[in-house]
Design a protein around this ligand. Structure first.
Ligand SMILES: [Zn+2]
Length: 339
């Protein structure tokens, strides 16, 4: 898959200007930012890495999670997303221009991940909850499969919640913090959510409360120890002003286990690493010395089949920069059975 299909180049100049204004807005609130400990393990020890967009990044000395501290508070983040010109620009230009491509190239593969997770664990659909339902495309596709008894979207943005309702989706128009489900979910999914949150630990505790005993959760987020993120470092597009938390496969597992989840499996189904690294090289953000002669040689061939082989290898070796964590809440006390 190529980046251009879902982020059309011709529209990205306007997006960059909107993003620059967003960053300026966030920076102007810096005096109110707060220091935090590691979002995965709560450890205090850390190594200072670099500042990007005026935000200081650290690496947890204990679990390897990269994170921004000091960071905007919950209240600031709510205000930020409500006022974001970048989000408004995506809604007005990029999503409409790429909606059908996204349906095919992003949302159907996501649904396929969900189906495979259920099938691998011998589950039927039951109630599916998506946190951050956005435009509702995943839930629309999920409902059409007939696999689930009920599909619910949590979507705090009034504009997006409206779009979901227009698609016939059951929507809870609230942030997760103030949401109590009327019945526990069989599976909760959250694609590209946890990296944005002020307190991932609170979210993990909420997931545990909101899924039924024996139920599953599925999260996706960047993997800071992947091909794109390790080779490009602070030049990686995964490292931005909206992502506050950058887990590794082991550190996200640690976070989930801290709050009682079991059977945690982390995979890296990412499909963009090779294209992203080649683009950064072409744009002069990294040089051959950084990539090393082997990677530079492979990328210079520009052979689609070779790109696919390399990307498949990264997926299979858990080395892509986009990861998925699946975990289970234990069955009710005393009823736990061996898997
Ligand atoms: Zn840590």
């Amino acid at each position: 898959m190529k980046v251009d299909a879902i982020r059309p180049d011709r529209l990205m100049a306007g997006q960059r200007e909107a993003m620059a204004r967003d960053i300026a807005m966030l920076s102007s609130w810096r005096d109110g930012f707060v220091e935090v400990a590691c979002p995965a393990c709560d450890g205090q020890g850390r190594i200072d890495l670099y500042a990007k967009y005026g935000l200081q990044h650290h690496r947890c000395a204990d679990c390897g999670t990269q994170y921004i501290s000091p960071r905007p508070t919950d209240e600031m983040l709510g205000r930020f997303y409500a006022l974001s010109e970048n989000y408004a620009y995506w809604a007005a230009h990029i999503y409409p221009a790429s909606a059908e491509t996204r349906r095919v190239q992003v949302f159907r593969p996501r649904l396929e991940l969900v189906r495979r997770v259920l099938a691998d664990r011998g589950r039927k659909g039951g109630t599916l909850v998506e946190v951050g339902a956005g435009y509702g495309i995943l839930l629309e596709e999920a409902a059409a499969t007939g696999l689930f008894d009920r599909c619910i979207g949590l979507e705090p943005s009034p504009r997006l919640a409206e779009i979901c309702r227009d698609r016939g989706i059951e929507v809870i128009e609230r942030p997760y913090e103030t949401t109590e489900l009327d019945q526990p979910a069989d599976i909760i999914v959250a694609f590209e959510v946890i990296e944005h949150l002020f307190r991932p630990a609170d979210f993990t505790a909420w997931l545990f409360r909101s899924v039924r005993p024996g139920g599953l959760i599925l999260l996706t987020c960047p993997n800071i120890s992947g091909f794109d993120t390790l080779l490009l470092g602070h030049h990686s597009t995964a490292v931005d002003h909206q992502h506050l938390n950058y887990f590794t496969p082991t550190s996200i597992a640690r976070l989930l286990e801290r709050f009682g989840f079991i059977d945690v499996t982390v995979t890296t189904p990412g499909r963009l690493d090779v294209d992203l690294v080649r683009r950064a090289w072409r744009e002069g953000l990294v040089d051959e010395a950084t990539l090393g002669p082997f990677v530079a040689h492979v990328l210079a061939t520009g052979d689609d089949a070779l790109d696919q082989h390399l990307q498949q290898f990264l997926q299979q070796a858990s080395l892509s920069s986009h990861m998925m964590a699946v975990a289970r809440r234990p069955d009710a006390a005393g009823a736990e059975t061996a898997p």
